[in-house]
Ligand binder design. Structure first.
Ligand SMILES: [Ca+2]
Ligand SMILES: [Ca+2]
Ligand SMILES: [Ca+2]
Ligand SMILES: [Ca+2]
Ligand SMILES: [Zn+2]
Length: 376
């Protein structure tokens, strides 16, 4: 790893820590998980899908419309040269293989094949290779879906509703030509735990690995903002068939065992002592086109789930090199401030690029937190 060390000007009570990064082995992995024929990638000749949305599934006043528009939007924000849009709301004739790319809810278990949602694609042959010509996404109408983002209602936080947006983004990844990926934290694995959560709201997003896959398939867009770094309190857990599974990041004791914890609002709350030494774990992502260097971060103690630079800053560090497509789960040593109150719950927050030095297409994914409780 090479790095020009450029110390942040902010001074913390603690020391400035270099976050050591593990390996570059992830770099091209997505490329194995795209659809190919005769070793040629299968893509859309005209890189855009404009959906026909089902009339009963997405009626005029339905909040599911906004969820679908947002899934399109976050894909369109990536640096890959591909556009999603809506061709028509209120489509009353929905059918697999009818030449229109459509999206709807259905109880047809034969079509769903037991999945909560599924994407079908059709191809044609031209110039000695295959091209996509239609993609249909079907959601299981019998499942509890939410178009909303309030985290406590949602499956990643043990609520009953699966967020529509994460699954829509996953299925749209298939529509682009991406396959499943089980080797790291990514949306083409278990999509509903691939979220940014801040101030009680989740956000679905394509993320670093799927974006690299889309770049591999379609090349770079001409959009002005092609960069984005992000941080989340989710990380890779394991492979489950073709899917990655994800689990919350944690607080470690000094000896790297997981600190004691209980559940609060559907996620772990770690028990820590004032003045105690721990390691705070988060997953840092580069969802953009270019590698980033010397990306700074600051950690905060907050009394609520809104992490801002006005909260009590108590630790900091930087990542010397975060390659495009990186999804790195890293720990930072921290000492819990002594001015906190026993028995109280706080939020150990992080803001990635807290001084806003990187021009990003998404500024809403730079803060995350771990729940902590001060114990004697
Ligand atoms: Ca139609
Ligand atoms: Ca169709
Ligand atoms: Ca706060
Ligand atoms: Ca960002
Ligand atoms: Zn899938």
């Amino acid at each position: 790893m090479t790095s020009k060390i450029n110390l942040p000007t902010t001074v913390w009570g603690g020391c400035l820590i270099l976050l050591l990064t593990a390996s570059l082995e992830h770099a091209n992995a997505y490329s194995h998980k795209v659809k190919t024929s005769n070793n040629t990638k299968i893509v859309w000749a005209n890189p855009q899908i404009y959906w026909h949305a089902g009339a009963k599934s997405f009626p005029a006043d339905s909040p599911f419309r906004a969820s679908l528009v947002l899934a399109n939007y976050w894909w369109n924000q990536t640096p890959a040269r591909f556009t999603f849009g809506i061709a028509k709301w209120g489509d009353t004739s929905l059918k697999r293989g009818n030449g229109q790319s459509e999206i709807w809810f259905s109880n047809d278990q034969g079509a769903l094949k037991g999945a909560p949602a599924i994407c079908y694609t059709w191809m044609y042959s031209s110039g000695g290779r295959l091209w996509f010509k239609e993609a249909d996404i079907i959601f299981d109408a019998g499942k509890l879906w939410s178009p909303h983002t309030w985290q406590y209602d949602l499956t990643p936080y043990r609520g009953p509703y699966r967020p529509l947006i994460t699954t829509a983004i996953h299925e749209m990844g298939h529509a682009l030509g991406l396959g499943h990926e089980n080797r790291w934290y990514n949306v083409m694995g278990q999509d509903y735990t691939h979220v940014h959560t801040h101030y009680d709201r989740i956000k679905g997003y394509p993320g670093a690995d799927a974006t690299q896959g889309a770049l591999f398939l379609y090349g770079k867009s001409n959009t002005y903002f092609t960069e984005d770094v992000a941080v989340t309190h989710w990380k890779y857990a394991s492979a489950s068939g073709e899917y990655s599974t994800h689990t919350p990041t944690v607080v470690y004791n000094q000896n790297m065992t997981v600190a004691g914890w209980d559940l609060l609002n559907g996620s772990p709350r770690f028990h820590v002592k004032r003045g105690g030494s721990y390691h705070a774990e988060f997953t840092y992502e580069n969802n953009g086109y270019n590698s980033q260097y010397n990306v700074e971060l600051a950690m905060y103690i907050s009394t609520n789930t809104l992490i801002t630079t006005s909260d009590q800053s108590f630790a900091g560090g930087y990542i010397p090199h975060l390659p495009a497509g990186a999804v790195w789960t890293l720990t930072l040593p921290v000492v819990i401030p002594t001015n906190l109150t026993d028995g109280m719950t706080y939020y150990l927050g992080v803001i990635f690029d807290h001084q806003g030095k990187i021009s990003e297409f998404d500024g809403t994914n730079n803060a995350s937190y771990l729940q902590i409780k001060i114990v004697p």
